[in-house]
Every structure is written in structure tokens, then in C-alpha cells.
Design a protein. Sequence first.
Length: 308
Amino acid sequence: VGTVGRWEAWHCLHSGQVGSMALTASPGCILQTRLQAGQGYGNTLSCLLTVYRNESVSGFFKGMSFPLASVAVYSSVVFGVFSNTQRLLGQLRHGDAAHPPALTDMLLASTLAGLVSVGIGTPVDLVKIRLQMQTQPYAAAGTRAKPTAPGFPVYRGPVHCFRTVLQKEGLTGIYRGAGAMLLRDVPGYCLYFIPYTLLCDWSAPQGGMSPAPSAVWLAGGAAGAISWAVATPMDVVKSRIQADGVYLNKYRGTLDCILQSYQSEGFKVFFRGITVNTVRGFPVSSATFLGYELSLKAMKRGQSETSP
């Protein structure tokens, strides 16, 4: 199966997998957010124990209902943009939509996928992070807090959170952190799709056969870990900007957040949560890509069996 062929049915098949992927990722998601935007959690183990002790098991799933409800659409659109862009470039350059894409084609397709992900994903991430951080204490000298007391929920749920932010902060509030997310997702998706494709092509047997399931699993996991490791610094900035605004208005934008974070905590602040991101990224991406490849094989086998 050619490189483009591996992607062409993604948006149809991915929706059945994303719910389980998001459930798997959600415990790590709360740790990621608390480590990046919270205070007093120390390392990953300390954060995990603190969340469990203070909020029990349910604490690990805070803010996940909105992402779970939207992840199928989000992933289908992003992967569909990547696939269709490659097909379009193949048609324009070679007169064949199925022509194996060059590295520049994959780079452009990944960039467009990252741009689209920002438009869809920023409001979802904002609601998720606000719900995950709304009960966290804040201690920032010289920063004027809002009337709502920290430690008490501001939002009753995802719909209430979305409506409240939209009413009080407008559309710019809903897209708070979009700049940081753009700087995270464009390089992040380039280092997600491209390593996976190259590793699969490298490990595929001669004769145009698909790579073995073990190779797909390893390539997908490696791509996820690489992508999240590179994306973590801007993920920290995005999380802080989006968490800001529940009780405080501390950051004026992406650059201001970067400067304030660096001045108060040093360069190491931009690697908060990198362990959680890379460890979580490997199995989630492995399962995602392996599920896709196996689904595509089953789909092709079904088509061949029903063909006259």
C-alpha cells in the first residue's frame, strides 16, 4: 500500500478509535495540565499522588467530556486535511493522486493539518484546561485576582464554561492561546506524520507490501513521542495562557507568557510535563496508527471479497 493509500480512509475509520484513545490519555492529560499551569506539584509522581489524594480517581478525568465529544470530528478533519492535501499535490505535480509524496509535500500537508487543528482545537483545549484548573490555588505577587475565590468552581461544566467565556471575553476569549497552539501544532504535526510515514516506508517489505503490525506500532509510538517532546515548550505556554483568566489576568499574550515564565522559573519551566507527554504519546499514537492500519487492511479485504 502506497503512502497516500494508507491515509485515504483515515477520516472514515478514525472515529471508531478516538473515544478509547482519549480515555486512555485523560489521566495523563490532567497531570500534564497541572504540572504545566499549576503550582506546588513538584514531579510527575508527586502530582499523581496529590490529585488522587485530593480528588480521588474522578480527578483524573476532569474536563474530558468536551474533548471526548469532539475528538472524532477534530481528528477526522485534521487527518482528512493531511490526506487530501497529499492527494491534491500528487495530482498537480504528477497527474496521479496516488503518487508517493515527496518530503516537501508531506511537510506542506502537515503544516496545513496543524493550521486546521488550531481552529478546531483551541476552544476545546480552553474549556478542558479551565475545568481542570478552576479549583487550583493561585499565588502571584502583584497580580490582581478576580472576585471569585480560588478553590471554588467557577464553571458548572463544559457548556457552562464555553458560554461563560464567550459572554465575558467574546470570541477572542474562546481562542485564547491560539498563537501558542499554532506554534505547538504546526511543528508538532510535521514531526508526527513525517516520522511515521518515513519509518513505515523504511520498514515495509519489498514489493509494495504494508509494514508488519509490530513495525506500525513502533513507528506510531516513536512519532507520537517525538512530536510531543518537541511540542512541550509551547504546550506549557498554551496551558498557562488558557488557564489564566479564571481568577487572574496575568499574561498579555504568548510572548509575555514566555518572558514571565522564564524570568520567574528559568528555562526548565518550558519542559514541565515532558515526561508525561512523551510517555503518554507513545502508546496512544501506537494504538491509533495500528488501529488505522488494521482497519484499512480489513476494509480492503472486504472490498476484494465483494468484488465480482
